[in-house]
Design a protein around this ligand. Structure first.
Ligand code: FAS
Ligand code: PHB
Length: 399
């Protein structure tokens, strides 16, 4: 689509070509609704960001509905359970057995983005790459529009609606007046040091480990590519974590599974901060916030990308009703419906982070509360069911 002329008018202007923006673009395209995606970076940058690893059933179902699931089914790893490790112990939560067959699929966000972009080319989904200085105008009025610069030329895109899919650092959320927005935030006093290495994973499923030194997570991208994380301090620097030190600390924190870790050279290493963040409302006039533009979860619950998908699923339903049935009920109810799901995912991600990480302010009592809760989950079908139904993803409430 790179050489298509950039339109001056569309029905829905989408800011951001991450999971939120691209799933929305495909949903609207399938419904015959005009949309243009404005992305400030290029495809290589967006596709190159190493982020999420776990796809919930609701997102798998959407990729299937959009005919984007071929590689996911060929290369994705379906997981029926996950593992928790603590104090030298490890136990498995059989999520499929506890949730009537629900599973998650391990398939990296980079692969999801590749599928979305490849299909966009084939289906005529218009993406304007390297769109600079995007700005939103008249979002509370009847004639909203977006301006941006492309190849040095100032551009204007008139539209009916604007989907703010531009992530936590985008321009959409700040376009809503401060006296309208309410934000809620918890910044965690630690980060995640993540590593990618072409070595086989230490287990066929994920392992979330609570160790007295801090949290560790054993994940993967395939049966030959591992994704590992350890909790680190916010002032940690990558230079302080050469591979040997990382592998030693990871193996220590994984407990029994540590002995099964295959070491090798990392080819990606990064530190990400953790925060819980929610914006209310997720709509202002013609502007709808979706995904990280509206909310952030600590990655412990593997919810970030999946929430972006369910936001835009709800928004697309509402926009389709506007254009097909002339009904604004769906878009009028979008913020409330999306936030109901967002807050439940925020709670689960906050709870799971609190259960598995070492907080600098923790004392002996706090540590024993964590260990007691982990031992209780190990012993209780009810507790494991609660964890499982949240981890695989709660059902999408009807509009
Ligand atoms: P994104 O941030 O993915 O996409 C926003 C897009 O908008 C970007 O392409 C950006 O370039 C573009 N944009 C921004 N400002 C713009 C502007 N002014 N004009 C035009 N375009 C603009 N989630 C998990 O589930 N598991 C994980 O392990 C995990 N790890 C993460 C690690 C990091 C470092 C980060 C930051 C996030 C991680 N996440 C993880 C969460 C992540 O997957 C997000 O939830 C997901 O990418 C959200 O998708 P979007 O809402 O589309 O936002
Ligand atoms: C990942 O594989 O990147 C991943 C998996 C599960 C999480 C977070 C990240 O909870």
């Amino acid at each position: 689509m790179a050489d298509n002329p950039i339109p001056t008018r569309t029905q829905v202007a989408i800011v951001g070509a991450g999971p939120a923006g691209m799933f929305l673009a495909h949903l609207l395209r399938k419904a015959g609704i005009d949309a243009v995606v404005l992305e400030r970076k290029d495809r290589e940058y967006v596709e190159g960001r190493v982020r999420a690893g776990v796809v919930e059933q609701v997102a798998v179902d959407l990729m299937t509905e959009l005919g984007l699931d071929a590689r996911l089914r060929a290369e994705g790893l379906v997981h029926t359970g996950t593992n928790l490790a603590y104090d030298g112990e490890i136990f498995r939560v059989d999520m499929a057995e506890l949730t009537g067959g629900k599973t998650v699929t391990v398939y990296g966000q980079q692969e999801v983005m590749k599928d979305l972009f490849d299909a966009a080319e084939d289906r005529g989904v218009q993406i304007v790459w390297d769109a600079e200085d995007v700005a939103l105008h008249e979002i509370a009025g009847s004639k909203p529009y977006v301006t941006f610069r492309k190849d040095g030329a100032e551009r204007r895109l008139d539209c009916d609606f604007i989907a703010g899919c531009d992530g936590y650092h985008g321009v959409s959320r700040p376009s809503i007046p401060d006296d309208v927005l309410r934000t809620f935030e918890r910044v965690y006093p630690f980060g995640w040091l993540g590593v990618l290495a072409d070595v086989p994973p230490c287990d066929h499923e994920l392992i979330y480990s609570n160790h007295e030194n801090g949290f560790a997570l054993a994940s993967m991208r395939s049966l030959t590519r591992s994704r590992y994380y350890i909790q680190c301090s916010l002032d940690d620097e990558l230079e302080a974590w050469p591979d040997d030190r990382f592998w030693d600390e990871l193996c220590l924190r994984l407990g029994p599974a540590g002995a099964r870790v295959t070491r090798g050279p990392s080819f990606e290493k990064s530190i990400a901060p953790l925060r819980s963040f929610v914006t209310e409302p997720m709509r202002y006039g013609a502007l709808f916030l979706c995904g990280d533009a509206a909310h952030i979860v600590p990655p412990t619950g593997a919810k970030g990308m999946n929430l972006a998908v369910t936001d835009v699923t709800m928004l697309a339903e509402g926009l389709i009703d506007v254009y097909r049935a002339g009904s604004a009920a769906g878009i009028d109810g979008y913020s409330q419906r999306a936030l109901a799901r967002v807050w439940k995912a925020e709670r689960f991600s906050w709870w799971f982070t609190g259960l598995t990480h070492r907080f600098p302010t923790m004392d002996g009592f706090d540590r024993r509360m964590q260990l007691a809760e982990l031992a209780y989950i190990r012993s209780s079908r009810a507790a494991q069911t609660t964890l499982a139904e949240n981890y695989v993803g709660l059902p999408l409430a009807k509009a």
